[in-house]
Design a protein around this ligand. Structure first.
Ligand code: COA
Length: 260
């Protein structure tokens, strides 16, 4: 376990568990926390021992209750522009070359919901509440909420959340496709880690290329996405992991992927 700071890193075998650790502020994202998250992602990116990341919040109240609103007061428009046009945690998670699983342990609001949406898979505790309440502050989401939310849930459900600022339950979030699984709160950590550990046994090459291809599906027309898939398939096909996977299958033994 790392020193207690705004984000705790615990490595469990091939999985890094990152816990946003400002429970007294409902894990709201201030500048220091965003900066720490970027630093940890940079360290994990080049750490060949870590193959999957799980992101969660400390305590039982919140995953992340959004941007730290106290930093909004008195901030000039150009300073706000600078914060948002710098490299963001949302892009860093989205582009991260390894799978990132969000374990939503409570309020998942505003920037917290946007951070969860930038992750690849979302598992929610049945006690979690999700929403984009920016409209109540007279602002709009600035971490991709107006873009990723409609892609996940469709325009109508997205407008409903964005226009009303209302919070929805984990079950409702599952129904509209905002989360992928709901579990009892007491099982959340175990379930998220088990899912991550299972994925961490797969080929890191295949995982990275799958993420690249699926990201493309959200950005480019079908023909272009299919072309990219073919190219990425070729890359996977030429990897040592592919040779190992095929040999292991034919040899009736488990594969030991090296990520090469
Ligand atoms: N930014 C800064 N501080 C926040 C915060 C945020 N986004 N969310 C919560 N906090 C702080 C509160 O100010 C309070 O601090 P204090 O103890 O110094 O007064 C502390 O966290 C606990 O919050 P509280 O509201 O008392 O807890 P709660 O469990 O009753 O309610 C929430 C939790 C998340 C529903 C409520 O805090 C909330 O609505 N937060 C704002 C959510 C939001 O609008 N996010 C979008 C930001 S763009």
């Amino acid at each position: 376990m790392s020193e207690a700071t705004n984000i705790l890193r615990e490595d469990h075998g091939r999985v890094a568990l990152l816990t946003i650790n400002r429970p007294e502020k409902r894990n709201a994202l201030d500048g220091a926390t965003r900066c720490e998250l970027l630093g940890l992602l940079d360290a994990i990116r080049t750490d060949a021992g870590i193959r999957v990341v799980v992101l969660t919040g400390a305590g039982d109240k919140a995953f992340v209750a959004g941007a730290d609103i106290s930093e909004f007061e008195g901030r000039s428009p150009i300073d706000q522009f600078r914060v948002m046009s710098d490299r963001t945690i949302f892009d860093a998670v989205d582009r991260f070359p390894k799978p990132v699983i969000a374990a939503l342990n409570g309020f998942t609001l505003g920037g917290g919901c946007e951070l969860a949406m930038a992750c690849d898979i979302r598992i929610a505790a049945d006690t979690a509440r999700l929403g984009q309440p920016e409209v109540n502050l007279g602002i709009i989401p600035g971490g991709g909420g107006t873009q990723r939310l409609p892609r996940l849930v469709g325009a109508g459900a997205a407008y409903k959340l964005l226009f009303t600022g209302e919070l929805i339950t984990a079950t409702e979030a599952l129904r509209i496709g905002l989360v992928d699984e709901v579990v009892p709160a007491s099982d959340l950590r175990t379930r998220a880690m088990a899912l991550a550990e299972g994925i961490a046994q797969k080929s890191p090459v295949a995982l990275q290329l799958i993420k690249e291809a699926v990201r493309a599906s959200l950005r480019v027309p079908l023909d272009e996405g299919l072309r990219q898939e073919t190219t990425l398939f070729g890359l996977a096909f030429s990897s040592e992991d592919k040779a190992e996977g095929v040999a292991a299958f034919l040899g009736k033994r488990p594969a030991e992927f090296k990520g090469r």
